[in-house]
Design a protein around this ligand. Sequence first.
Ligand code: NAD
Length: 307
Amino acid sequence: MPELRFDGRVAVVTGAGAGLGREYALLFGARGAKVVVNDLGGSSTGEGSSKRAADVVVDEIVAKGGIACADYNSVVEGEKIIETAIKNFGRVDILVNNAGILRDKSVANISNEDWDLVHNVHLKGSFKTSQAAWPIFKKQKYGRIILTSSNSGVYGNFGQANYSAAKLGLVGLSNTLAIEGAKYNIHCNVIVPTAASRLTQGILPEFLFNELKPKLIAPVVVYLCHESNTDNGAIIESAAGFAAKLEIVRGRGTVLRKSIEQETITPEEVQEGWSKVTDMAHAKRIDAMTRASTSLMTVLEDLRENS
Ligand code: NAD
């Protein structure tokens, strides 16, 4: 198979000073991309800052013959990170939104600050960088965006209400960016990683932790960002060399009204039909909001015909 290369491309990776982001940046660098290594260099709970994290990774890429520059801004100021790409390399083609922090507490104990900071870094940060890159991507009719979600968002996890909400919010953001970007060849996809890092140390069991090398997820993310990849709006879960597509599906459902003339339904009628409402045996993905409306029109037409 020919090697997948990124020569001439510029990749911005946020939170690339450690963990998953570092591996993404190293692989992009090794495959010929010019890399903006962004990292605020703070603690895992979002306090402080340091230039060291980004600098070390830039040095690693350069030592291996690659091209990279550092950026120390918080993703909340996403426009500054994109400016760094333009100032140093004159373009941007790939944006991997990866920076992240945790402020784990059970729901009763989450302060406004815990909620806001987690949302700002994950959700607002990804929005800010993507919005800043958008006009450039649009003009050049090319862009690849990755947003980073989490199993905590997809399935929920005790003690992570703030993080779960932000992480599933990113799926919503990706769904719409994928639609708005499609005609400009801007693709947006979501990665749902599980990897050993400072965010998961002490949370994952040790035997699992040792198997979950961030290096094994980097090729999945890098491939998703390659020009040969046509996915747009996908959610890809990956860990330990495993990767799979995730989808939100809807059951077949049922019509709780008996006829088009029936203007209201009672809670008892809902109760009666509940097993059909919740039956997932023939669940399917609805790939666009318009398709959901179309299926609603069919329901109404059927009701009218059968009245
Ligand atoms: P990590 O702590 O090793 O790396 C995150 C990096 O983001 C750090 O270097 C940190 O300094 C940087 N960062 C934090 N806030 C920033 C900000 N405001 N601006 C710029 N940089 C900032 O953690 P990781 O496990 O590699 O996590 C990477 C991403 O993957 C995160 O979004 C995380 O939520 C997500 N994720 C990780 C796992 C996992 O199992 N490790 C699971 C699900 C999701």
